[in-house]
Design a protein around this ligand. Sequence first.
Ligand SMILES: [Zn+2]
Length: 171
Amino acid sequence: MASQHPPQHDKVDPIDALLSAHGLRRTAASRRVLGWMLAYPDTSYTHAQLQEAFARDGGEPLDRVTLYRLIDRLTQVGLLLCRVDSQRVRRYQAMPASVHATPHFECQSCHRDSPLGAALRASDLEKAAQTAIESLRALGYQDMHFDLAVKGLCVECAGAKATMQPGGAPA
Ligand SMILES: [Zn+2]
């Protein structure tokens, strides 16, 4: 029982563990980017927003090329999810576990993601997604993600918009 002594590092940082598990180098930059994305799992960011965030967080400056390359790598290995929003801009967020089949709502204003399970009877949709994935798998398709997203304005943003326009929307 006494021989379980991992050398040196007792605690493996979960970020480091994720990076290693996906074959990525554990650099200061990769830790920082993945750490940020995991700290804000419900928000999706554009390249520009991430660049701004890292310019303001007090750490070492992260150059644009390094940041873009890192985001690409993290997306390739499935740690980040890339979506194109209604303005055709790429947005990135930590890969939500829910994305595999669960329907979710993407607010186009605050860019928060919320599961739709409670808001509507989503189990039929989920079942349909699962069936589709299984049929495709039987045909030989692999590594499928079924992204079931409803896009629009969330309740909060819709409310804020309504109070901002007391006279009604312009024509
Ligand atoms: Zn919103």
